[in-house]
Design a binder for this molecule. Structure first.
Ligand code: SF4
Length: 409
């Protein structure tokens, strides 16, 4: 019998009862309750299925079979369950708007078959390698993003990792992090493989989060890239976690993988020692000239299914509806939010691929009654040391702490 997990009833926790949580969310944002336990159903009418999982329980011991069982649930039933879990831990009206900027485009030595920035297919894509952006230009882009309502600024560099580049470039990136962190925005970077020392330096610079996607299942990974191993990805994620940086890790749907690879990806993420605070679900944007150029795009319902499954197996993570939503209708996106997505990328470009217009997104927020998630609303998933609330020395003078207080009041 399926049961909905109960929050702890300690005096420091005001977690909701089942009925209350399904009606409205009243828990304190960011409460990191580790004491979820199955609750015998007080009202058998709330019994949602004959399965045995505890919906909403925080678990890192999911089996693949269990994740597959969730993933294979009939779609509307799956969305209903995911929406119920979503309300246990998140304000369903609140969706974060993030901006992603490519600070160093093209010329990447890695061989990701979906990516236009790999130097391996630069002749076919025609993408020219650019230099690392300068500090002021990047800062101004972040300022514009903040003024447009983004609360998280992500910077991507087409590198194998910082070890590959000169000291001057690495130091410039650290400066970018510190300066943009001072704007009161969450700052995320995606720079490839990190050593433990590099992760520590990013944390000291004030980095909120580090993105490093697992992309797909371990079994399918060798079909996606030949220049690194799945274990390398996991090692970087461990270095990020150990440095106390919030972890952002997700994948890409539509690269020719099967359903069991999607299950494998979600299983891998849900069984990391702590759930990532942030789980981007991307739909492949097939770029001309890349080996995956002829891949048909995944359907919006494929993405809804992945988001709903992610929401159920990682109830407290921010699930990010990321690349590839340009072709989605308003209704498609509404179903994604219903299924538990609580972040989008805004701005008309995502690294090198097009994205939805900001004005359209604002209209969508209004139509759906969504509100922008503020920066530094504490992340309740993951480890206590990386709640995304504070990084380096710029934290205290950024105004971010004021926003935190306001949100918690
Ligand atoms: S996805 Fe990242 S690592 Fe892979 S080729 Fe593109 S820029 Fe390089």
């Amino acid at each position: 019998m399926l049961r909905i997990a109960r929050f702890c009833r300690s005096t420091v926790c005001d977690g909701p009862s089942i009925a209350a949580s399904l009606q409205s969310r009243s828990i304190v944002s960011g409460h990191t309750c580790q004491q979820a336990e199955p609750l015998p159903l007080e009202n058998e009418n709330l019994d949602l299925s004959s399965r045995t999982q505890d919906l909403g329980a925080i678990r890192t011991d999911w089996t693949r079979e269990e994740v597959n069982e969730v993933y294979s649930t009939p779609l509307l039933e799956l969305v209903f369950k995911a929406a119920s879990v979503h309300r246990l831990y998140n304000d369903p009206q609140m969706v974060q708007r993030c901006t992603l900027l490519s600070i160093k485009t093209g010329g990447c030595p890695e061989t990701c078959t979906y990516c236009s920035q790999s130097s391996s297919w630069r002749k076919e894509t025609g993408l020219k390698a650019e230099k690392l952006m300068d500090l002021e230009e990047t800062y101004q882009a972040a300022l514009r993003a903040r003024d447009s309502g983004s609360t998280r600024f992500c910077m991507g560099a087409a590198w194998r990792g910082p070890s590959q580049v000169g000291k001057g470039q690495w130091e410039r990136v650290l400066e970018m992090v510190a300066r943009i962190r001072g704007l009161g925005m969450e700052v995320c970077t995606t720079l490839g493989m990190l050593t433990a020392e590099q992760a520590k330096q990013l944390r000291e610079a004030g980095l909120t989060a580090y993105n490093h996607n697992l992309d797909t299942s371990p079994e399918y990974y060798s079909k996606i890239t030949s220049s690194r191993k799945y274990e390398d990805r996991l090692e970087t994620l461990a270095n990020v976690r150990d440095a106390g940086i919030s972890v952002c890790a997700g994948g890409i749907i539509g690269m020719g993988e099967g359903n069991m690879d999607r299950v494998g990806l979600l299983h891998q993420l849900a069984t990391l020692p702590e759930h990532p605070e942030s789980v981007p679900i991307n739909a492949l944007v097939a770029v001309k000239g890349t080996p995956l150029q002829d891949q048909p795009p995944p359907s919006a319902m494929d993405i809804v299914r992945c988001i709903a499954t992610a929401r159920i197996v990682m109830p407290r993570s921010v699930v990010r509806l990321s690349a590839g939503r340009l072709n989605f209708t308003l209704s498609d996106q509404a179903l994604c939010f219903m299924a538990g997505a609580n972040s989008i990328f805004d701005g008309d470009k995502l690294l090198t691929t097009p994205n939805n217009e900001r004005n359209e997104d604002l209209q969508m927020f209004e139509t759906l009654g969504l509100r922008s998630r503020p920066a530094f609303l504490p992340y309740s998933a993951g480890a206590a040391s990386s709640n995304g609330s504070c990084g380096g020395s710029s934290c205290s003078d950024s105004g971010a702490s004021d926003q935190r207080v306001a949100m918690q009041a």
